[in-house]
Design a protein around this ligand. Structure first.
Ligand SMILES: C[C@H](O)CC(=O)C(=O)O
Ligand SMILES: [Mn+2]
Length: 342
C-alpha cells in the first residue's frame, strides 16, 4: 500500500467514545488535562460529550459524572489550536442541545444514525449547517448493510447539508475488503468537496489496517483514541496510528512523541480496565455487536450468571443495534431461564 504524500485529519475520540469505557465518569480535571495534551500534540479535532452524545445522560445509557455543558465549557477555552466536536443522535438529543453546544464554541457537529436511518437526521444536519458548523453525517453499524445502501444514506445526509460523511464500524466487525468497498464507493460517487471519514473499533484487531485501507480508498478524516480509550477493544489507537502514518509518509500534523506521552502518562493511568482484545471484546467484533454493549453485557453476566460472551452472541444473532440497550437484560434473563430449565 502506498499512501505517501497523502494528508489526513485525525479526530480524537478518547473523551467521547472513551466515556463508554469509563462508564461516563471522566472527571472535569481529567478531561481538561487530556484535551490540553492532545491540543499540544497537534490533534486538530477533539470530541467531547457523554459516550452516547449530547443528551445521553439517562437510565438507558448511564448518568455521567458531569453534564455536557460542564465538560464543554471547561475544555473549549483551554485549547490553543484544536477544535471541539460533539456527537448528536437524533431522538436522544434535541435541537436545544445542538444550540447549546454551538453557543459554547463547538465547531463540528456529528449527527449519528443507524446506517439505514439517515432520514431521521434531516432537522439536526439542517440546523448545524445553518449555524455554519462543520457538519458531519455519521452512519453507525455500517457492516449491517451493503455499500450501495451506505451510499444512498450518505447522499441523503449530504442533501440535508452534511459536508462530510462517515462510514462507522461501530462493532469492529469489518475487514479491510469491506472498508475498501464502502469507502471506495462513497469516494467515487459523492462530489469531491464532500469529505469521507472512517471510525473504527479494534475488536478484531483490525482498526489500524482498516483505517489505512480507508485512507487508501479515499477517506480524509480518521477517528481514533489515545491508548485506544473507547468502547469494546477501543478505537484506532492514535499514538500507534501516528507512528504508522509517519513511517508511510502520510501527513497528520501530530507530534509522535507528544501523543505517545499523552497515551502513556495521562490516559493509561485513568483507565478502569485494560482496553484490549479480550474474550468479550473479540466476541463483539466476531458477532457484529455494538461496541458500547460490552460493559452492559458484563454487568448482566454478574447479575444473571450467564456468560457475557453468550449474551453478546445472542445479541448479534438478533441483529440488535444502538438504542436497544434494554435488550441486553432481556437476553440475559432469557438465557438464564434456559440454563435453569436444563
Ligand atoms: C454512540 C456511539 O457510541 C457512536 C460510536 O462511536 C459508534 O457507533 O461507534
Ligand atoms: Mn465508536
Amino acid at each position: 500500500m502506498n499512501l505517501s504524500g497523502k494528508s489526513v485529519i485525525l479526530h480524537d475520540m478518547s473523551l467521547r467514545d472513551g466515556m463508554h469505557a469509563k462508564r461516563h465518569q471522566i472527571s472535569i480535571d481529567e478531561m481538561v488535562t487530556i484535551a490540553k495534551g492532545l491540543d499540544q500534540a497537534g490533534i486538530p479535532l477533539i470530541e467531547v460529550t457523554h459516550g452516547d452524545g449530547l443528551g445521553g445522560a439517562s437510565v438507558n445509557y448511564g448518568f455521567p459524572a458531569h453534564s455536557d455543558e460542564e465538560y464543554l465549557s471547561a475544555v473549549i477555552p483551554q485549547l490553543k489550536q484544536a477544535k471541539v466536536s460533539a456527537l448528536l443522535i437524533p431522538g436522544i438529543a434535541t435541537v436545544d442541545h445542538l444550540r447549546m453546544a454551538h453557543d459554547l464554541g463547538v465547531s463540528t457537529l456529528r449527527v449519528a444514525t443507524h446506517c439505514t436511518e439517515a432520514d431521521v437526521a434531516e432537522q439536526h444536519i439542517g440546523l448545524a449547517r445553518k449555524l455554519n458548523m462543520d457538519t458531519v453525517g455519521f452512519l453507525m453499524m455500517a457492516h449491517m448493510t451493503s455499500p450501495e445502501t451506505i451510499l444512498e444514506q450518505a447522499k441523503l445526509m449530504v442533501s440535508y447539508g452534511a459536508n462530510c460523511v462517515y462510514c462507522t464500524d461501530s462493532a469492529g466487525y469489518m475487514l479491510p475488503t469491506e472498508v475498501s468497498e464502502k469507502i471506495g464507493l462513497l469516494r467515487s460517487e459523492l462530489p469531491s468537496e464532500i469529505e469521507i471519514g472512517f471510525h473504527g473499533h479494534h475488536n478484531m484487531g483490525m482498526a489500524i489496517a482498516n483505517s489505512l485501507t480507508a485512507i487508501e480508498a479515499g477517506a480524509s478524516r480518521i477517528d481514533g483514541s489515545v491508548a485506544g480509550l473507547g468502547a469494546g477493544a477501543g478505537n484506532t489507537p492514535l499514538e500507534v496510528f501516528v507512528a504508522v502514518l509517519e513511517r508511510m509518509g502520510v501527513k497528520s500534523g501530530v507530534d509522535l512523541f507528544s501523543i505517545m506521552d499523552v497515551a502513556e502518562d495521562l490516559v493509561v493511568p485513568m483507565m478502569d480496565h485494560a482496553i484490549r482484545v479480550d474474550r468479550d471484546a473479540l466476541t463483539l467484533g466476531y458477532a457484529g455487536v455494538y461496541s458500547s454493549f460490552l460493559l452492559f453485557a458484563q454487568r448482566a453476566e454478574k447479575k444473571y450468571g450467564v456468560s457475557a460472551r453468550d449474551i453478546l452472541v445472542e445479541l448479534g444473532r438478533r441483529g440488535t443495534v444502538g438504542g436497544q440497550e434494554d435488550m441486553i437484560e432481556d437476553v440475559a434473563l432469557t438465557l438464564s431461564k434456559q440454563l435453569s430449565a436444563n
